[in-house]
Design a binder for this molecule. Structure first.
Ligand SMILES: [Zn+2]
Ligand SMILES: [Zn+2]
Length: 390
């Protein structure tokens, strides 16, 4: 089958001592400290097959390009990849996908051939203590598909039944093409859902919500907040194209941070002005720019406000802890999209048309054009770039 494979050079940075296990598996715990000179190629590799009885073979239809894929492609000036999570190369990349069940193991109960499926990218084990405590996104033995395990920018992929979700119900209102697009969006949308409703405990109807970063996760945060009854939604980004999508998905006000800067206006000032001086009850960091966004957010939170930190970047930022005390505010870190009914609820909202997120997708590429798509993702102009794999 054809697959889009990333490879690189194992070259631990000075001061990074890989463990024996890391060396044996060529699996770096901190990818950006080990992998250098990444290279990408669409090539023929053996088609995977079902090995365990609980596995499903899926013909991939769509796979989104994620910020973490861009971080595998982008390098530092000395050639190291930017992605700071665990990375094992060579690897078929891609993890935001949907497809059709073509074969199932003897122990699979809830799928049949021909079913349409969306699949969690966090391969949680189900047996470790965090998993057995319900914290699947914090699984101690987690494998990330497309990063530490074979990914979905391939014609076929196998997945455990427990990570797969049936999306046939979307047939009620969508044509098949749209179903696969939406199916591949559930993964990033699930991260926003997890941040706002699971980690953050949700919003009260009437609340003010601020979203920093109008990439796919920030855009999903806008759409979900609108659905949950936010009275006011303000989105910030540096690209007008993304801000236009945010407006379409329900943001009441959108601001280009660069333009504000030129005018000598801080985001926090806009937030305080638009909330009549009370600040916003919930603010989402989906920009991955904590050093810049945290000072704005912490100075414009409402009393009992929540700062939801979703933007992944290996960075630290100054936090004025006294503001947390004064406002009884909290900062909540969240990752992933597994457990807590997240996939199930998003699928239900999609199948009734209540959650409209298709506009998050702003470009499509054929599978053969995956490398140009990845190159283009560095510009960060898109909402979601979708690859038509099959
Ligand atoms: Zn992703
Ligand atoms: Zn686990």
């Amino acid at each position: 089958m054809r697959a889009f494979v990333a490879d690189g050079q194992w070259a631990p940075r000075d001061g990074y001592k890989p463990t024996k296990e890391e060396i044996a598996k060529k699996r770096a715990s901190i990818g950006s400290s080990v992998w250098r000179n990444p290279a990408f190629e669409l090539k023929n590799i053996p088609t995977p097959n079902i090995v365990e009885s609980d596995e499903i073979l899926i013909a991939v239809k769509r796979c989104g390009i994620c910020g973490s894929d861009t971080h595998l492609y982008e390098t530092s000036p000395d050639g190291y990849i930017q992605f700071s999570g665990p990375v094992s190369l060579p690897q078929v990349i891609g993890h935001e996908y949907s497809g059709v069940v073509v074969k199932k193991g003897s122990g699979v109960r809830n799928f049949k051939e021909g079913d349409m499926a969306a699949v969690e990218s966090i391969n949680w084990c189900g047996t470790c203590t965090p998993c057995r405590s319900g914290a699947f996104n914090q699984c101690a033995n987690v494998e990330l598909i497309g990063i530490t395990a074979p990914g979905a920018l391939a014609e076929f992929i196998t997945a455990k039944e427990r990570h797969c979700w049936n999306i046939n119900s979307l047939r009620r209102i969508y044509p098949e093409d749209d179903i696969f697009d939406l199916g591949a969006l559930i993964e990033p949308v699930g991260c926003a859902y997890n941040g706002i409703f699971i980690g953050g405990g949700g919003i009260k109807p009437g609340s003010a919500v601020v979203v920093f970063g109008a990439g796919p996760i920030g855009l999903a945060a806008v759409a979900l907040s609108r659905l949950a009854g936010a009275n006011l939604i303000i989105a910030f980004d540096v690209h007008n194209k993304r801000l236009d999508i945010a407006r379409g998905l329900g943001a009441d006000y959108v601001f280009n941070v660069k333009e504000l800067q030129k005018a000598g206006i801080l985001p926090r000032e806009k937030i305080m002005e638009l909330t009549d001086g009370t600040g916003a009850e919930l603010q989402v960091e989906a920009a991955g720019a904590a050093r810049k966004t945290v000072p704005e957010m912490e100075n414009s939170l409402a009393v009992n406000g929540k700062l939801i930190y979703l933007g992944r970047s290996a960075t630290s930022a100054e936090v004025t802890l006294d503001l947390l005390v004064s406002g009884a505010n909290s900062i909540i870190g969240v990752r992933g999209h597994s457990g807590h009914g997240i996939y199930n609820n998003i699928i239900r909202l999609l199948s009734t048309g209540k959650l409209q997120i298709k506009d998050i997708i702003t470009s499509y590429y054929d599978f053969s054009e995956t490398l140009p798509a990845l190159k283009n993702s560095v510009e960060r102009q898109d909402g979601k770039c979708m690859i038509r794999v099959g």
